[in-house]
Design a protein around this ligand. Structure first.
Ligand code: AMP
Ligand code: GLY
Length: 419
């Protein structure tokens, strides 16, 4: 099979790495890809959001299957466009990707189907939002409705801070159209866990629970990032909690989407908080998380291609999905300054050495004119190790990362330490 993966980060590198192991897959392509992806796939110079361009390219080059990994092209309807052109594609259609693309939609769905989540209200008028914040008090959470690169959420410790966030989003247009509608929620407490699930519209198969580390610095300090590292599995996500989540959250969500005429096919990302009142949904995403994907797919023993096809064909109940016993850790090496401004084009050394004991997934990398691998983004690499237990996997990821150097390289020293 000729398979195209859309995207160009660590998550897409991990998907391609897993697909490359499938005996069914003969050729891999990636749009746009990066320097590391170029070692496993032929990179195609098209933007991940270029729905028309990618659909035309996939048709012209007779792709047998396309995996759409990032949120934006899913929200834009890339899967619909590919399927309309006769190309089998993995990922939710536009009418199901809305589960991530609109928080107002997902909150209403959860309310309608009694899926546990933080109490919320949606606002389109600033004055009403400000009055509601006054009435509710702090701590309280203010969210932009639409996609805002994970930055449209403010967990406010005071009413003034919450009102300032609401003003910035609604009045000053901080997140453009994404912030014109506002969701205000009760503040939940407890450990956060990610559960990714393969879905075929009717059935779902969960992957080992994982945990992202969103803040830039050790001890969960500093600004939010795309994710500084991930581990899987997660100790506090016990079999009892998993059963409860399956009954109260996972199956009801898949059934709700089907009942709404929006069957969800793809990877459904459950962002959960294990609160004193039980597990609750913080957010849904309509795709693999990054960097959770890198840790979780490292544990997959079955053929990923078989699973992705089954998700599309509605036959997930007939496919084998087996996981390695043990643990995985993905440690993100970021550019100095990230998530703020950072330099690009800095040479990276030690990749080969690190690759002897870990898998180094590339995120923001490129090749310069001299053929050197250089930095090209905020999150640069995801050093990923797998072992018979999580503690060893974490130690091995850190040991491998020691081989790698680029100027200003920054990583968290405490990935996986909290749990
Ligand atoms: P989201 O983009 O919805 O995942 O939110 C980003 C982060 O904000 C989450 O990972 C949580 O740490 C935090 N957060 C979001 N909603 C809540 C909430 N209702 N209560 C407490 N923290 C929250
Ligand atoms: N790691 C969080 C996300 O991908 O949204």
């Amino acid at each position: 099979m000729k398979v195209l993966v859309v995207g160009g980060g660590g998550r897409e590198h991990a998907i391609l790495w897993a697909l490359a192991k499938s005996p069914k897959v003969t050729q891999l392509f990636c749009a746009p890809g990066n320097a590391g992806i170029a070692d496993v796939a032929q990179c195609v110079d098209l933007k991940a959001t270029d729905v028309e361009g990618i659909t035309a390219w996939a048709k012209e080059h007779a792709m047998d299957f396309v995996v759409v990994a990032p949120d934006d092209p899913l929200a834009l309807g890339m899967v619909d466009a590919l399927e309309a052109a006769g190309i089998p594609a993995f990922g939710p259609r536009k009418n199901a990707a809305i589960l991530e693309a609109s928080k107002a939609f997902s909150k209403e769905l959860m309310a309608k189907y009694h899926i546990p989540t933080a109490k919320h209200r949606t606002f389109t008028q600033l004055e009403e939002a400000l009055a509601y914040l006054e009435e509710q008090g702090a701590p309280i959470v203010v969210k932009a409705d639409g996609l805002a690169l994970g930055k449209g959420v403010v967990v406010a410790q005071s009413v003034a801070e919450a009102q300032e966030a609401a003003r910035a989003m609604m009045e000053e247009g901080k997140f453009g159209a994404a912030g014109r509608t506002l969701v205000i929620e009760e503040c939940m407490t407890g450990p956060e866990v990610t559960v990714l699930a393969f879905c075929d519209g009717k059935h779902l198969v969960t992957m080992p629970a994982s945990q992202d580390h969103k803040r830039a610095f050790d001890g969960n300090q500093g600004p939010n990032t795309g994710g500084m590292g991930a581990i899987a599995p997660v100790k506090c996500y016990t079999p009892d909690i998993a059963r409860q989540c399956m009954e109260e959250i996972f199956q009801p969500t898949v059934a709700a989407m089907a009942a709404e005429g929006r069957p969800f096919q793809g990877v459904l990302y459950f962002g959960l908080m294990l609160t004193p009142q039980g597990p609750k949904v913080v957010e849904y995403n309509a795709r693999f998380g990054d960097p959770e994907c890198q840790a979780v797919l490292s544990l997959l023993e079955s053929d990923l291609m078989d699973i992705l096809e089954a998700c599309r064909n509605g036959t997930l109940d007939q496919v084998d999905v087996a996981w390695r016993v043990g643990g995985a850790c993905c440690l993100v090496l970021a550019s100095g300054g990230y998530p703020g401004a950072y330099p690009k084009g800095l040479p990276i050394t030690g990749l080969e050495e690190a690759g002897k004991s870990a898998v180094v997934f590339h995120a923001g990398t490129a090749r310069n004119e001299q053929g050197e691998t250089v930095t090209n983004g905020g999150r640069v690499l995801g050093v990923t190790a797998v072992a018979d237990d999580l503690e060893t996997a974490i130690a091995e990821a850190y040991a491998a990362a020691k081989c790698i150097h680029f100027d200003g390289m920054h990583f968290r020293a405490d990935i996986g330490h909290a749990f």
